[in-house]
Design a protein. Structure first.
Length: 440
């Protein structure tokens, strides 16, 4: 127990001495404390640097990982787009066909019923009338006989019958008409069909009362004989033009002018009607037409001052097979023409004229015609687009010019492939678009 007390006393004494020493030299205390703290600070700094370095290394590692991911993503997208390019590959080929300009002055011939390779033609005919009303201020006394056309029949015998000028015909209206010229009525045919002939007639007396709708006739001179019932006639259309008295008229010079205007108007109207009826593949050149009019149908006098001018006519037109006519022109004018499909852009605008040997007033009965075609012509070669597409399918781009060289009817062509890196044509024909730049 005393020992412990003594030891405690010594500890107390030492503590007092230590406190006194600290009071006398405080710097020594701080150095002492620093010696204890410094190693701790260094340790913490080292640990901090290690942590920072680790974080830096981690960031670098993460950054490198992100780059790899971006590279993989971009590569995947590129591969995807490349794969899609095969699904949506397109090719557009713009073709310029062969064209040759000519100046024609071509004499040609054609037959209605060809037996070989001759150029053929067909006829179209269409009839109509043109009417115009004009105001007249002049009057004069007119005595004019009605006129018309009849068909006279011979059902009496196989022998022909001569009828002289002014043979009298009695109409079913009880009035007498006469033939204008001498005619011969053919006899009956072997199968018993009556012979017939057309004849112009006129009324025996001037006057409007002789104008009539179609009539039946007997030959007045055969009355009381066996021929009377076997010879007969029927009018072809109405009988018109009979006048007697004072009427409004049109002077002859004005009548000629009006008639020419009506002819031009009627010709244009009938040509349009004819062209609307042309079968596909045929053409009717603008000047390959003839208008035949019934001039005697023109009325130029009336009891009314408003005169009606009427002109009736029939238009005949010459039709050609467009392809055959074009090939005929090409074979005659293009060196080494091989029979390829061609067309002439302005074929309807070429100048067409019948040769002087053709009697155009008899055009409906002609079996052969000769004519001339003249003017500038542009011959254009046709391109078989589907055939070209079939030969391009799946082919390499480098073979494009070689394929084109097999088409002499192609002057030039350009190619556009999409996407731009494609080096071959698509494998489906619907993905290849061929545009033919035919001249307009």
């Amino acid at each position: 127990m005393p020992k412990n007390l003594f030891q405690d006393m010594v500890k107390v004494k030492r503590m007092r001495q230590e406190e006194a020493r600290k009071a006398q030299n405080p710097e020594t205390e701080r150095v002492s404390n620093n010696n204890v703290v410094a190693p701790q600070i260094k340790k913490e700094a080292r640990e901090t640097r290690q942590e920072f370095h680790g974080e830096s290394q981690g960031k670098k590692s993460k950054k490198g990982g992100r780059k790899s991911l971006w590279f993989v993503a971009l590569a995947s997208v590129g591969f995807f787009l490349f794969a899609l390019s095969f699904l949506f590959a397109k090719a557009e080929v713009a073709v310029n066909p062969r064209v040759e300009d000519l100046v024609l002055n071509e004499n040609l011939s054609a037959v209605k019923d060809p037996s070989g390779e001759e150029l053929s033609f067909d006829l179209v005919s269409i009839s109509d009338e043109e009417i115009k009303t004009v105001q007249s201020t002049s009057q004069k006394e007119i005595s004019q006989q009605a006129e018309g056309t009849v068909v006279i029949y011979n059902n009496y015998s196989a022998a022909s019958q001569l009828l002289s000028i002014d043979t009298r015909l009695e109409g079913s209206n009880g009035k007498i008409y006469k033939t204008r010229s001498r005619v011969t009525v053919p006899g009956k045919t072997k199968d018993g069909k009556p012979g017939s002939v057309e004849a112009k007639i006129y009324a025996s007396v001037a006057g409007i009362e002789y104008n009539s709708v179609p009539l039946d006739f007997t030959i007045f001179g055969f009355k009381g004989t066996a021929k009377y019932s076997k010879f007969y006639a029927r009018s072809k259309g109405s009988i018109t033009g009979g006048l007697k008295g004072k009427f409004f008229t049109i002077p002859d010079t004005e009548k000629i002018t009006l008639t020419n205007e009506l002819k031009a108007s009627l010709k244009e109207k009938l040509f349009k009607k004819a062209t609307d009826q042309i079968p596909s593949g045929f053409i009717l050149p603008k000047n390959a037409i003839v208008l035949l009019t019934e001039d005697d149908a023109v009325s130029s006098s009336s009891s009314d001052s408003n005169l009606e001018i009427k002109l009736t006519g029939t238009l005949y037109g010459v039709l050609f097979n467009e392809s055959k006519l074009t090939q005929k022109i090409a074979s005659n004018n293009v060196s080494k023409y091989d029979g390829s499909a061609v067309y002439i852009q302005n074929i309807n605008e070429l100048n067409f004229s019948f040769s002087s040997q053709i009697n155009v007033s008899n055009l409906a009965d002609l079996k052969n015609i000769t004519f001339n075609l003249s003017g500038p012509a542009k011959i254009i070669w046709k391109v078989d687009a589907p055939k070209l597409v079939s030969e391009l399918i799946g082919k390499s781009k480098k073979n494009f010019n070689q394929i084109l060289s097999q088409y002499p009817n192609i002057e030039s062509a350009s190619l556009a492939l999409s996407p731009f890196w494609k080096m071959s044509f698509p494998d489906e024909n619907e993905d290849i678009n061929v545009i033919i730049n035919y001249p307009q």
